[in-house]
Design a protein around this ligand. Structure first.
Ligand code: RIB
Ligand code: CA
Length: 311
């Protein structure tokens, strides 16, 4: 039985790889891409999402534009990581397919209301603004969502945009607080797991060795965005963050984590967006998330390579 998913995204090279992995996986049925402002502004994320669909020859897949700024703060973007386009590293043609006229939040609400309960999984890969806005506008959808598997947060790995916070949560902490407090069945892929999934020159060479146009593009994206993280962390490769969400849906057995309470800091400017995970159960706060902590990186990259080469 294929699993219906909606990918909420701010492409971003790693988002793009996640989208390609999902489109290459027969276990998943992508109902649509809902775009949010994050790595780059919304205009660009919805443009990039359409480029990725056409790269995968899926111009039939509906792409929706959502929120262009966080719920209660100014937008913070990350061109310093992803380049001005958000997809630097591999030139792609202008997209021909349109962005849908329906707002992404309305698509999320309407699709969940029209589907049988607990049949759609939401896969946010960027700031949680669209997801939180949908829950705020239509609280009834919370019990209709099968699961939310999101890319965000950090605990033992600490922050990447501030010492305390990971980018997706930092950009819209109020949205994250609403999602983490909504009672949905939540799986979180924090930096604690993505920082164990590092790209490498060997992986890029494997991709290029496939002599496959999509693998070639992914190698170009990888070699672009890893320059920032290798410099910052002094590592050989960079964390390939967002495909962890899709890989979890396909092969959960390559991950391990713990169900814990996770709260979001929204008041302090010093720790804004921190995901405070009660990993050792020192509070009586109820567990609200499966917080992933480890990954079999070899199986992860093999999965991605093998699936992309079949696209
Ligand atoms: O912190 C990394 C996350 O922020 C990734 O999802 C990246 O695409 C950006 O959205
Ligand atoms: Ca992202």
């Amino acid at each position: 039985m294929r699993r219906d998913i909606i990918i909420d995204t701010d492409p971003g090279q790693d988002d793009a790889v996640a989208i390609l992995l999902a489109l290459a996986s027969p276990e998943l049925n992508v109902l649509g891409l809902t775009c949010v402002a994050g790595n780059v502004p919304l205009e660009r994320t919805s443009y990039n999402a359409r480029q990725v669909c056409e790269l995968a020859r899926r111009s039939d897949l509906p792409v929706f534009a959502g929120c262009d700024r966080p719920m209660a703060r100014g937008l913070v973007t990350a061109e310093y990581v992803h380049g001005d386009s958000g997809l630097d590293g591999a030139p792609l043609p202008e997209p021909v397919m349109p962005v849908q006229s329906t707002h992404a939040v309305d698509f999320i609400i309407d699709t969940l209301r029209a589907a049988a309960p607990k049949t759609i999984t939401l896969c946010p890969l960027g700031p949680l603004t669209n997801i939180a806005t949908a829950l705020q506008r239509a609280p009834d959808i919370a019990e209709r969502i099968a699961q939310v598997v999101l890319r965000g947060g950090a605990y033992f790995e600490v922050g990447n945009i501030t010492p305390a916070a990971e980018f997706n949560i930092y950009v819209d902490p109020e949205a994250a607080q609403l999602v983490f407090g909504s009672g949905v069945d939540l799986v979180v892929a924090p930096l604690d797991v993505t920082h164990k999934a590092l790209t490498s020159p060997e992986w890029s060479a494997t991709l290029r060795g496939k002599n496959h146009p999509i693998c070639e593009v992914v190698a170009g994206w990888t070699e672009f965005f890893e320059r920032f993280d290798t410099e910052k962390y002094g590592s050989k490769g960079a964390p390939l963050h967002d495909p962890c969400v899709i890989a979890y849906l396909i092969a959960p057995e390559i991950f391990a984590g713990r169900r814990v309470n996770v709260e979001i800091e929204t008041h302090s400017e010093l720790t804004r967006g921190m995901t405070v995970a009660d990993w050792w159960g020192v509070t009586d706060r109820p567990a609200n998330a499966l917080f992933l902590g480890s990954i079999d990186a070899a199986k992860y990259f093999n999965l991605i390579t093998n699936r992309l080469a079949q696209l």
